[in-house]
Design a protein around this ligand. Structure first.
Ligand SMILES: NC(=O)c1ccc[n+]([C@@H]2O[C@H](COP(=O)([O-])OP(=O)(O)OC[C@H]3O[C@@H](n4cnc5c(N)ncnc54)[C@H](O)[C@@H]3O)[C@@H](O)[C@H]2O)c1
Length: 257
């Protein structure tokens, strides 16, 4: 049987949304594969706890993996610069940027009203975390990638970027913006050996509520089903992938509703 080996030993990764869900899982997987991971999240308490747990894992230490917490808000330009600077100061380069920080503003801000009633702060949160954040992070990290002639940027889209959402209207708007931004990143990065791709999941079981979303396969994804795909695309095995958006949705977008 052919085994697909993905090599991440010695790579330096910046991961946002690293304190929970898929960002945390990706951080664990990267560190276990021997990568040095700068874990970024606005939830400083959970971030410190999770980074310490990864750093204290003997299997991670054996592989040379490192987890460095970087409390930061991706909406803040200075914080994005801080995350990139931490990676460069401590590890000397940035090979990977995974942008997991995000969320539907209606859910996260607990504002389950239609768009025409959404408070401005909720609208701003949805746009800023889901669109401005990945743009700031990419701007902060891409410069180092261009200088070192290589790197990979992963954006997290969503099927909502195709479907829209009457309550969390900015979530889908921002995610569809990433479908275009990934092409610009690919065009900017290609002459310098930098790739960018977007992965757009359907429902993922990072919280129980996602089990209720319809898919053709009749279930939501396990977080590993999305993270493993990202780790494949970001590795040497995905070397021909850039500028594209990859839907991982159990056939949700095929369902006529
Ligand atoms: N879970 C799903 O069903 C699903 C489906 C489609 C797309 N996605 C996308 O995948 C990504 C990860 O989803 P998840 O369910 O694993 O997320 P999650 O909700 O478990 O974690 C998101 C993390 O982002 C952090 N965060 C929020 N605002 C931030 C900010 N301003 N700065 C830094 N960190 C911030 C949170 O503290 C949290 O730790 C998101 O972008 C999400 O939109 C998820």
């Amino acid at each position: 049987m052919k085994t697909i080996e993905l090599h991440y030993e010695g790579k330096v990764a910046v991961v946002t949304g690293a304190a929970s869900g898929m960002g945390l899982l990706a951080s664990k997987e990267l560190a276990a594969a021997g990568a040095k991971v700068v874990m970024c999240d606005v939830n400083a308490e959970a971030l410190e706890r999770e980074a310490a747990a990864i750093a204290g894992d003997s299997a991670v230490a054996r592989e040379g993996g490192v987890a460095a917490p970087c409390p930061c808000d991706v909406r803040d330009w200075a914080d994005a610069q801080k995350a990139a600077a931490l990676a460069l100061d401590r590890f000397g380069r940035i090979d990977l940027l995974f942008n997991f920080a995000g969320g539907n503003e209606a859910r996260v801000c607990n504002s389950h009203v239609p768009f025409h009633e959404q408070p401005r702060e909720v609208i701003d949160w949805g746009l800023d975390v889901n669109l401005r954040g990945p743009i700031y992070m990419a701007r902060a990290c891409l410069q180092a990638m261009v200088a070192q002639k290589g790197g990979v940027i992963c954006l997290l889209g969503s099927v909502t970027g195709f479907e829209g959402d009457g309550n969390g209207a900015m979530y889908g708007t921002a995610k569809s913006g990433l479908f275009n931004f990934v092409k610009s990143l690919a065009k900017d990065g290609a002459p310098h050996g930098v790739r960018a791709f977007c992965v757009s999941p359907g429902p993922v079981l990072t919280r129980p509520g996602m089990a209720g979303m319809k898919t053709l396969l009749g279930r939501a994804a396990e977080p590993s089903e999305v993270v493993d795909f990202i780790l494949y695309l970001a590795s040497e095995k995905g070397a021909f992938v850039t500028g594209s958006n990859h839907v991982v949705d159990g056939g949700r977008l095929c369902i006529s509703r």
